[in-house]
Write a protein that binds this ligand. Structure first.
Ligand code: NAD
Ligand code: ZN
Length: 379
């Protein structure tokens, strides 16, 4: 089968790899109909992880079931399904508590937790930027879609990761109706956090970034755009909230954050949120921060360090939730909002491409080229 394969830093190619197949009785095999490029792929694409050459990318996947293992009971051949990026078992200590993002069964390293398709440090699983994908524990991991699956393909595919992830940021921040919410980042994840805050009834949603095309997408759903290359975002949030600060903040950038001058500062967004969220407000951090890379001497990000203003955070009595999104916790109800035409996450899709165009798309998405917000691949 054809797949998007990692060749080395900033180098992907579409090559032939062995077909994905059923390996265990609980597996299902999915023919991929849509698979996205994600900001998380860029950590590997840019060569900042231990991702091995030859591995296939792709953790935001949707498709049609073409084969099922002998132990699969609920999922049937022909079902249209969307797959959470987390690969989880459903019966370990963490899954039992709904923490499928930290499954202890599907991660082969016993000192680690959490597995994903086509991802560094998260198990040996193949990615879905390919023609076929093996889905472990298919009954548990595949979410079935209704008759409208094909018509709303670009909406439902967002249930694999970024829509639940944006929603998770608002959950960890504690967004309730009437809140004011500041979001760091107008990338795909930040825009999904803005959509989620709106769905939850936030009175005011403010999105900070510096790319005009991405800020314009935030404005399309009624958010206030704050360009941090032109204004101090903390002051802008205080001005919008009568000097109090926002009730909630969502971090949707991660360790690649830049300060207003454009210099690398993994703490830039966290400090912006700590200083613009009110006393006792909540912050949800879904942007990726990685642990220390033992070999790293240069970039702060590689050293796993972010100099956050902990004193202010503590003094203000703020709360902060961090980490990966447990997609299964939210994808069913977000699916039903899409089905009922009450959410349309596909408004951020900028490019629909074939597998063969992936290398060019990675280059453009990685350089945040004007107009490249979200790429969906149709294998
Ligand atoms: P992206 O890189 O396309 O978007 C990030 C945006 O942040 C860019 O538009 C950039 O201009 C902006 N930005 C940079 N510095 C900023 C600053 N100081 N203030 C405001 N904005 C700033 O990526 P994405 O696809 O939106 O993903 C965002 C992050 O979320 C990544 O770290 C990704 O790995 C992570 N992620 C986490 C999960 C999870 O489960 N926790 C899931 C998916 C993605
Ligand atoms: Zn993703």
């Amino acid at each position: 089968m054809k797949a998007v394969v990692y060749q080395g830093p900033k180098d992907v190619a579409v090559t032939d790899v062995p077909d994905a197949e059923i390996e265990r009785p609980t597996d299902v095999l999915v023919k991929i109909t849509t698979t996205n490029i994600c900001g998380s792929d860029l950590h590997m694409y840019e060569g900042r992880t231990s991702f091995e050459k030859g591995r296939t990318f792709g953790h935001e996947n949707m498709g049609e079931v073409v084969e099922i293992g002998k132990g699969v009971e609920k999922i049937k051949v022909g079902d249209r399904v969307v797959l959470p990026f987390n690969i989880s078992c459903g019966f370990c200590k963490n899954c039992e508590r709904g923490l499928t993002n930290y499954c202890l069964t599907t991660q082969p390293d016993p000192s680690a937790a959490g597995a994903a398709y086509g991802f560094a440090e998260m198990g040996p699983y193949g990615g879905g930027q390919a023609e076929l994908l093996r889905v472990p524990f298919g009954d548990h991991n595949a979410l079935r879609l209704g008759e409208d699956a094909q018509d709303k393909e670009n909406d439902y595919v967002m249930l694999s990761d970024i829509f639940p992830t944006g929603y998770h940021a608002t959950e960890m921040a504690g967004v309730i109706p009437g809140d004011s919410v500041v979001i760091a980042g107008a990338g795909p994840v930040g825009l999904m956090a803005a959509l989620s805050a709106t769905i939850k009834g936030a009175a005011k949603v403010m999105v900070v970034d510096r790319h005009p095309d991405r800020l314009a997408l935030a404005e399309q759903i009624g958010a206030i755009a704050i360009d941090d290359s032109k204004t101090d975002p903390v002051q802008a949030v205080l001005d919008e909230t009568m000097g109090l600060g926002a009730d909630r903040g969502c971090e949707c950038v991660g360790y690649q954050a830049h300060d207003p001058q454009g210099n690398e500062d993994p703490a830039a967004t966290l400090n912006m949120l700590i200083n613009s969220v009110r006393f006792t407000g909540g912050i949800g951090t879904v942007g990726v921060f990685v642990p220390q890379d033992p070999g790293a001497k240069g970039e702060l990000a590689k050293q796993g360090k972010a100099a956050i203003d902990f004193g202010t955070h503590w003094f203000k009595g703020q709360t902060m939730g961090n980490g990966q999104c447990p997609v299964k916790k939210y994808n069913r109800r977000l699916r039903d909002l899409i089905a009922a035409d009450k959410a349309k996450p596909s408004w951020i899709v900028s490019h629909e491409i074939s597998l063969d165009q992936a290398a060019d798309a990675y280059r453009n998405f990685d350089s945040r080229s004007e107009g490249w917000t979200k790429v969906v691949i149709k294998p």
